[in-house]
Structure formats: structure tokens, C-alpha cells
Design a protein around this ligand. Sequence first.
Ligand code: IPE
Ligand code: IPE
Ligand code: MG
Length: 237
Amino acid sequence: MHVGIIMDGNGRWAAKRGLPRLMGHKRGAGRVKDIVKTSIELGVTTLTLYAFSTENWKRAAHEVEGLMKLFRGYLQNNFVELNEKNIKVKFLGDPTPLAADLREQMENLEDLTKDNTLMTLNIAINYGGRDDLVRATRKIAAKVRDGSLAIDDICEQTISDHLDTVKQPDPDLIIRTAGELRLSNFMIWQGAYSELAFVKTSWPEFTPEVYTEVIAEYRSRTRQFGAVIPKGAKVVK
Ligand code: IPE
Ligand code: IPE
Ligand code: MG
């Protein structure tokens, strides 16, 4: 089971308490460890955390810098433990505009954990669903140009195989915290048939208990994928 989480509401959580937005991000970063642990307990095999979108560069420079510092801190503090826990870490998004030291740390962690098998943790940084598709299109076009791929052989699987989530299952469930009813450019291709859960709880308050309830509610749903599933049919989840 693949769960994607749009971790939203850090800023509002802080504002409500008269705190600077960055305090909300700090609190939010502190939620990650718990949610990773709970994911394993709940049988989630791929967890994707949307941490920074291609649009988030529009924010004030000090907020962007603060977020980058938090990513750095998270990687430093969890580098060894993620590997010890047998978690495979993968970064989604275009790393090019990120600081060189951060990119190096990201590459090292991906490399260190590449053979781990308990769960895949995708961290989406400078990720946008449209950008994912643009980069995939470029890779596909290059193959057509060099003759290794025929235009008529391009199918849905070809697109999936060139996205950042290559070889991964599509998200079964996309959760967005903090009440907004939109995807904000998250996995627009992969999420074509994802179940959606919009919860009011902000990310800093998203506890394992709230998460467990959301997963239980998801497991009570019937997914049809366009077909008609007879009542009482056994559905694998
Ligand atoms: C999500 O919280 C974190 C990021 C987008 C990096 P927000 O910062 O968007 O919080 P709100 O939506 O302003 O409350
Ligand atoms: C989406 O949240 C991006 C992340 C959670 C990383 P935003 O807060 O940036 O999205 P909008 O601006 O409300 O759509
Ligand atoms: Mg937001």
C-alpha cells in the first residue's frame, strides 16, 4: 500500500498560537518520525511525504531558507536510523536548484539505503507533478531521437517508467492535512485513481491516532477503478 501525504497547515498552526511560521515548520518536521513508524505498523509499504513543492519557492526567502535548514537537520538526525530501520529513502523532484551539500546528503542517503526492504520513504522536495511529467517527456523524447524508442511504442507504462516514482506503485491513498481541498501539483499522473482523504487536522497535530483513523476509513472503502464491483466481493487492500 502506497500512502502520499500533503503535509499542510504548519503556517496556520503557528499563526493561531502567535508564533512565527517557521515554528510551525519545526513542529511539522517533528511529526515525521512518528508517522514513518506508524506507517510501518499499519502495513504501508511506500510512504510519500510532500515536503516542498515547485511552487513553494514563491515564499519569502527566510521561510525557504528555514525550510531548507529543517530538511538538512532531518537528514542529519535520521541518516543512520533510517538505514538501521531497513527503510529505503528516495527523493522525488528536481534536486538541481538545491544547495550542493543538501544534494550530496540526499544522494548519500539514497545510496546507503537503496537495498533496504521494509518500506520505501519518498521525500518530495522541489517536486511538482507537472515538472515530473515535463522531465519524463524530455527523457522519452531523447530516446525517440536516439532511436531506442519508437513513437508507436509509447504507452501509459512508458510515462510511468520515466517519472520520479519509476518502479513504484501508484499511491492508493493521498491524505491532505489542514482542510484545503486541492492537490497542489502532487502526483497528478500517479494519483489518477488514488483515494483522497482531506482531514481538518493540521500537520503539526497529525498524530499516529489521527493517521490510524484515516487509514481505517480508507480500508472500509471499495475501489472500483471504473468497473462495477459486486457487493460483498473480496477486495485486496
Ligand atoms: C506546509 O505548511 C509546509 C509546506 C508547504 C512547506 P504550510 O506552510 O503551507 O502551512 P499553511 O498552509 O500556510 O498553514
Ligand atoms: C502544498 O502545500 C505543498 C506542500 C505541502 C509541500 P501549499 O501550502 O504550498 O499549497 P497551496 O499553496 O495551499 O496550494
Ligand atoms: Mg499550505
